[in-house]
Design a protein around this ligand. Structure first.
Ligand code: PEP
Length: 709
């Protein structure tokens, strides 16, 4: 005996407290990391999804930096933009709700590993200045991005290391609703923002922005500094000069290069200018100072602009000219593209040239409509959502000079809350209430008085695994630990036992908490002790910390010629040493075909356990295992199994009385899997399973245990 050790699992009370504390700390760390990753993914996925074109431009910047020649504005990069934001946002939500914990946490860790490698490259090579992780909402430097990703990667790895410690917010049966709703929502948001405009505008040209102010240099700030070097040649000699020591005309200019030598302050708007076509007059200042309204039809690439709404555009142009307002088209495209547009749409308005990137930043629509007054952005519309000049809303906008709510940020936040947060919150609430009410129901069922009144059956629900001669010591201990962790993280609705080869017992006993996962042997000797080379006694089994032993398995009966008499001895010795017995019975195929199953199981019980006192018999768990179903993939149907289980209970009742029979757990064994366990366990006389093959993988075994939920 291990003095000072807890009888059941071989640990001291102190060790148990330490392992519980460790588990608690692990839980706290895993859940904190999971929240950090989940919230970051949700935010970064969402800000990308509301601006699919912005994300697409960023992807194209990356593609250009690595020399992948993607035609600008291609469908592939747009698809990637929508997919990337959807994956990021959905992973965040699934992590937050702890849905499919293993697979989601692994995918997240892999995703973060890839992102961290990319940002390491960004930091070293600086192919783009801003990684675009948070769209235009938050700009961080490449070094900051790398730091952020290292923290996220570490958190994701911790979560993937102990995924089952993530606390669930929603039961498994309702997870599919969250998954589908999240994916539909985020893809829907992307499509909506693509058709209209980004739901939230984080760019310097948002409604209400003053473009003149955005271009100002705050007092005391210095702009970035550049240095130009000139490569010149004279008499076959090449030298580099700067502006300060520029040589005389005897030197011939070969090349020049300009490098930025200091960062400096760059105003949010630094490249807004309008040069009218075809006369080349720069009207930027006049345009920004104009006290009247100016409509700008913005099209970064006129040759790719959608011309389907030109009727609406013309209506606004007519409204503008009729009311003494300006209307200018702005593009970065060539004169040919402008004349083509004029031919197609009959446009009469003038065009000005502005930098393409500036135009893409101004509005995420090609074309899109901008309304300016004294350099302030009064309104912005996608070509799919152009305003009707006759509408009250538009008239109010023109009258007041401010947007009257169409772009009100608070309203949009409320919309997102109504469409996404509230439905999921209500679902979670309903799910938790349901879970809570089932706990109340189960607690009531467990209440003794209730049981007495209701005469409910008291016997235990059990799922026991029989590892047979599989798994080496290291594999066995790893499996036991994995199961222990999973069952600690989420309590099962039944007792769970693993019966392992002898050599695993002592190590597994140290690795598990038997209040969560009990341990048993697969056999024990029919002799107490002595010169029986190779045998392991019941006392030895007990000394490892094991509490159970399987006796009478059909493989022992047939391959090792264990007779009813031998089994009777084993049962007596096991009970004498404080072990609980899982006693196996069951007929062969020939016996079943000859309809002798009842006779067979009765004889097996009478031969080995019906000699016991009532007190001892109460320590026996019966496992009915039709030999033709063991390891064959053939399962007794639930009705076949129920019929014989009921018969076994009836003969126990005959022998020991109804109360004992009602309290005896009778397990079914034989190709029991997660897929058939719920049907089998739903039968009134089937109290669980003795599982062979499916006990060798934690997920398979867990699936069977969960059949009791
Ligand atoms: C067993 O041998 O106890 C058993 C039920 O095996 P399997 O589940 O693999 O049929």
């Amino acid at each position: 005996m291990n003095e000072g050790k807890n009888e059941t699992n071989g640990r001291t009370a102190e060790e148990t407290v330490v392992s519980r504390t460790t588990l608690f700390v692990q839980h706290a760390i895993v859940n904190l990391c999971r929240l950090v990753v989940a919230v970051t993914f949700i935010v970064s996925g969402f800000v990308k999804a509301i601006d699919p074109l912005g994300t697409q431009y960023k992807i194209e910047d990356y593609a250009a930096a690595v020399g992948i020649m993607q035609p600008a504005g291609s469908l592939a990069t747009l698809g990637l933009s929508v997919a990337l934001s959807a994956v990021e946002f959905s992973l965040g939500v699934l992590l937050l709700f702890a849905i499919h914990r293993r697979v989601v946490s692994r995918i997240t860790a892999v995703f973060m590993a890839i992102m961290t490698i990319i940002t390491l490259w960004l930091w070293i090579a600086e192919p783009v200045k801003d990684c675009g992780c948070f769209g235009d909402a938050i700009h961080i430097s490449n070094a900051q991005t790398l730091m952020k990703n290292i923290v996220l990667l570490a958190s994701a790895v911790i979560v993937a290391w102990r995924p089952l410690q993530m606390v669930r917010f929603i039961s498994r049966s309702n997870q599919w609703i969250v998954i589908n709703y999240t994916v539909l929502f985020i893809v829907g948001v992307s499509i909506y923002c693509l058709y209209m405009l980004p739901l939230f505008d984080f760019r310097p040209y948002h409604i209400g922005a003053d473009i003149k102010k955005g271009m100002e240099m705050p007092p005391g700030e210095k702009g970035p500094e550049f240095e130009t070097t000139f490569i010149m040649e004279k008499d076959g000699e090449r030298r580099e000069f700067s502006l300060d020591n520029y040589p005389d005309s005897t030197w011939t200019f070969i090349d020049s290069k300009t490098v930025q030598v200091s960062e400096g302050y760059v105003p949010p708007i630094h490249d807004f200018s309008v040069v009218m076509q075809p006369d080349g007059v720069d009207v930027t200042e006049d345009l920004l100072a104009n006290k009247d309204y100016t409509f700008l039809l913005v099209s970064p690439q006129l040759e790719k602009a959608d011309d389907s709404n030109f009727g609406d555009i013309d209506r606004i142009y007519e409204y503008a000219t009729g009311n003494g307002m300006n209307f200018i088209g702005l593009t970065a495209s060539s004169d040919e593209a402008i004349s083509r547009w004029r031919d197609i749409t009959g446009a009469e308005y003038d065009f000005g040239i502005t930098d393409g990137t500036t135009l893409k930043t101004m509005i995420r629509s090609n074309p899109g409509l901008f309304l300016l007054k004294e350099g302030r952005v009064i309104g912005k519309w996608s070509h799919n959502d152009l305003p009707d000049p006759a509408s009250q809303e538009f008239k109010a906008l023109i009258k007041n000079g401010i947007d009257n709510g169409n772009f009100d940020t608070a309203k949009k936040v409320v919309k997102v809350v109504i469409w996404f947060v509230i439905p999921l919150f209500l679902l979670t609430l309903a799910d938790r209430l349901w879970a809570w009410s089932s706990i109340v129901r189960n607690t009531r069922k467990k209440n003794k008085l209730y049981k007495l009144l209701k005469k409910k059956k008291m016997r235990k629900k059990i799922v026991a695994g029989n590892w047979k001669m599989n798994l080496n010591l290291q594999e066995g201990v790893a499996l036991a630990k994995e199961l222990n962790e999973a069952l600690t993280a989420e309590k099962p609705n039944c007792d769970v036992i693993i019966c392992t080869p002898f050599i695993h017992l002592a190590s597994v006993a140290q690795a598990i908490d038997q209040n969560v996962l009990a341990l048993g042997a697969e056999n024990c000797a029919d002799k107490e002790k002595g010169a029986y080379t190779g045998e392991v006694s019941a006392e030895m089994v007990k000394s490892t910390g094991a509490q159970y032993v399987i006796i009478g398995h059909s493989e022992r009966r047939s391959y090792y010629a264990e007779t009813p008499e031998i089994l009777k001895e084993k049962v007596l010795l096991a009970l004498k040493n404080g072990l609980k017995v899982i006693f196996c019975i069951g007929e062969s195929l020939e016996e079943r075909e000859a309809n002798k199953q009842n006779e067979v199981v009765k004889a097996e019980l009478e031969g080995s356990v019906f000699n016991l006192s009532e007190e001892d018999f109460r320590k026996i768990i019966i496992a009915y295992e039709p030999i033709w179903a063991i390891g064959t993939g053939k399962t007794a149907t639930s009705d076949q199994a129920e019929e014989i289980h009921a018969y076994i209970r009836s003969i126990i009742a005959e022998k020991y009385g109804k109360a004992v029979a009602e309290d005896t757990s009778i397990l079914y064994g034989g190709s029991c899997k997660a897929s058939n366990a719920p049907e089998l366990f739903a039968k009134p006389d089937i109290d669980g399973g003795l599982i062979g093959g499916a006990a060798l993988k934690a997920a398979d075994f867990r699936g069977i245990i969960d059949a009791w939920k």
